[in-house]
Design a binder for this molecule. Structure first.
Ligand code: MD3
Ligand code: FE
Length: 220
């Protein structure tokens, strides 16, 4: 939940434009990943060569339309037995690829600019949306320590992000997320419901016919 001081200052400390506050504790840093674009895309190719994207199965038996992989000390996985963080890729039995320096750098700098200094993620979940893929409303609560924020980086085709409240039926706000946008979710927004609407058809000049989202987490 953050501490009393940061909760208090959340609403007061000004942000440099073009940065926006989406909710208490949630900051949208438009274009903040653009200076890292080349390095991040090269690192992604390296990671997905070692740990390819795959469509995981939910505990309820549904195959996800979003394809996923991970890098870092731990990776988020789902199968018929449940959701968890695992140090190894269940497809290969090997540890996930290491978190590249440029990922750590982008995540830590973004968190810091959003008011969460000292964030050092140990997990990065990498989501790939092809046209038609979507992620239904959910909370991220498999991480051990909710005082860490989550940093999310959008690459490729634009998507509509849905952001609700602490209860599934709370009203949702919609935000367009575009190539290079970074969002940081901490404090009172850390456990809010969120999701991504069905990706529209299109081709991005640098990324192709897909959207990639990186989410940096303190999982362990
Ligand atoms: C708000 N990913 O991987 S990123 C996920 O675009 C996930 O692929 C979406 O939700 C995507 O779990 C959304 C934005 C995001 C990530 C985590 C959050 C927003 C969040 C955690 C709490 C509140
Ligand atoms: Fe999520």
């Amino acid at each position: 939940m953050g501490n009393a001081m940061s909760d208090l200052f959340d609403n007061i400390v000004p942000l440099d434009p073009p940065f926006e506050r989406m909710a208490e504790g949630a900051v949208l840093l438009r274009g903040a990943a653009l200076p890292f674009e080349k390095d991040v895309l090269a690192a992604l190719d390296e990671i997905t060569g070692q740990a390819p994207f795959r469509h995981m199965v939910t505990p309820g038996g549904f195959t996800m339309s979003v394809a996923m992989t991970n890098c870092g000390t731990a990776g988020w996985v789902t199968d018929r037995t449940g959701y968890r963080y695992d140090r190894c890729d269940p497809e290969t039995g090997r540890p996930w690829p290491a978190m590249p320096e440029c990922f750590l750098d982008l995540a830590a700098r973004s968190a810091s600019r959003a008011g969460y200094p000292g964030f050092r993620p140990d997990a990065c979940l990498i989501n790939r949306y092809e046209p038609g893929a979507r992620l239904s409303l959910h909370q991220d609560k498999n991480e051990l320590d909710f005082t860490n924020p989550i940093v999310s980086v959008s690459l490729g085709l634009p998507a509509t992000f849905q952001f609700g409240g602490l209860k599934r039926n709370d009203p949702v706000k919609k935000f367009p997320l575009r190539h290079g946008d970074v969002a940081v979710w901490g404090g009172p927004s850390r456990l809010c419901y969120h999701g991504v609407l069905e990706l529209k058809e299109g081709v991005h000049e640098a990324v192709g016919r897909m959207r990639i989202n990186l989410t940096f987490r303190g999982a362990l």
